[in-house]
Design a binder for this molecule. Structure first.
Ligand SMILES: [Zn+2]
Length: 317
């Protein structure tokens, strides 16, 4: 059979094999199309009157665009999480696609190998930048309808040989993560400092729309939250997977709760408490876009590259 190479148009319609073949120019076209769907505009002044600099000289970077109004120059990476990175655009696109298409994520080590990056550190920064793009904003009132709330505990394997048994659940030394999930809808996970009424209720107040119904287990820290929401507060037994009798959709919530926990243990073996929120952002993002194609999920993640402050402390730099 004669091989006919695919025509590259939209990332949302591409399969992994084609993303792997992208040239630098094709990757740039894809990124520009996602960042500026209605045409390129200057990130400095907003002008749409721009000119592409088509210089043959090796001194001029590829993809430079000049603003006809403020005369400022920019590329597709300026003002995004990709700015000042030494990673090529085709590696960026592949990294986004890869992380978006693996249900449990991709470790930095795996990405380093797949993309041919020189250092583990470069891959590590790359993955964290992509997680920053995946962060959903704003969170205020994001979740609606019937919202299940529960906590899971991640990391901190028990020390062996000291005779102490690792406690499970509330009271453990593992990092508590709060999961909030709409029935059949979006989810948010975030690590919390303390598992107490103040923290749990604070997070619910922030992220859940006031017309919603809150579903939690019978733990006393949640008591009283129902008076603040139009739908009130329903008590369920999360431990038994028994949310509301006769409602089969609760399996969705169960499968979400398991994701960050298994992902962190299975894919990312050493997640520090400090960076755990990034992994939570990644897992909720993939969940919230679970019904679209891998390419569309990657496109949605790339849309988040702009306007995000990167709060990464560049270790050792
Ligand atoms: Zn300008």
């Amino acid at each position: 059979m004669k091989y006919i190479p695919p025509k590259f148009s939209k990332l949302s319609e591409m399969a992994a094999i084609d993303v792997g073949r992208l040239t630098e120019d094709e990757a740039r076209t894809i990124l520009e199309g996602i960042r500026w769907p209605k045409g390129i505009f200057c990130p400095h002044c907003g002008s749409k009157k721009v000119t592409r600099i088509e210089a043959k000289s090796e001194k001029v970077r590829d993809g430079v665009i000049q603003c006809n109004d403020c005369k400022g120059q920019f590329t597709v990476t300026v003002g995004t999480i990709m700015q000042r990175s030494h990673i090529t655009l085709r590696q960026w696109v592949q990294a986004f696609y890869s992380i978006c298409s693996h249900k449990k994520g991709v470790s930095a080590l795996q990405l380093q190998r797949n993309l041919g990056l020189h250092t583990y550190r470069a891959a590590w920064h790359l993955t964290h930048r992509i997680r920053t793009a995946m962060k959903q904003e704003p969170l205020a009132g994001l979740l609606k309808g019937i919202v299940e709330v529960d906590e899971t505990y991640i990391g901190g394997k028990p020390r062996k040989g000291n005779g102490r048994r690792n406690k499970r659940g509330r009271g453990t030394e593992k990092t508590p993560v709060m999961d909030l999930i709409e029935r059949k809808g979006n989810a948010i996970s975030k690590p919390i400092e303390k598992v107490n009424a103040e923290t749990l209720k604070g997070a619910i107040r922030e992220m859940v729309d006031k017309k919603s119904t809150i579903m939690t287990d019978e733990w006393k820290a949640y008591r009283g939250i129902g008076s603040e929401f139009l739908g009130g507060h329903g008590i369920v037994n999360h431990g038994l997977g028994e949310y509301v009798s006769g409602d089969i959709s609760t399996n969705t919530a169960e499968s979400y709760f398991a994701l960050p926990k298994h992902g962190v243990h299975g894919t990312f073996h050493h997640v520090s408490k400090h960076h755990l929120f990034r992994y939570c952002d990644e897992f909720s993002f993939r969940w919230n876009f679970r019904k679209v194609s891998d390419g569309e999920r990657a496109t949605q993640a790339i849309k988040g590259i702009e306007g995000k402050r990167l709060l990464l402390k560049e270790r050792g730099e």
